[in-house]
Design a protein around this ligand. Sequence first.
Ligand code: DQA
Length: 146
Amino acid sequence: TRVLVLNGPNLGRLGSREPDVYGNQDLTALTKILIADSPGVEIDLRQTDSEPELMSWLHEAVDTRTPVILNPAAFTHYSYALRDAAAQVTKAGIPLIEVHISNPHAREEFRHTSVISSVATGVIAGFGFDSYRLALTQLTRAPLVD
Ligand code: DQA
């Protein structure tokens, strides 16, 4: 199994960017943490500042039926194009979990809106890199059956 872990704009700056909000660790550290967490799962972690590139990765997720952990970063708050790309993933029955390092609801007003959440399978925010770990746990755990 493979999981796409997609990161939007400015997240390539993690480690040096606003460490009071986002911590001291970078995406390389995050990749290592996720790999250590999930033996047998291929972690395909990517970052881009480009909206069309991020959209093309969501299109790829649809075509390859690959589950997605998505931190849309600032696109969260205004990108209807990204939202429409994310909707194609979940409408195809592929899980897409929206994650945030910080808790956007505890921050500026403009961060309180997510145009992605209503088309995501679920949302995890506010737990630092653990937001990604929780999402990965959810994607890889055995489903409850009754
Ligand atoms: C973020 C929250 C967004 O509001 C912000 O634009 C980011 C990162 C987070 O992970 O906490 O770039 O998605």
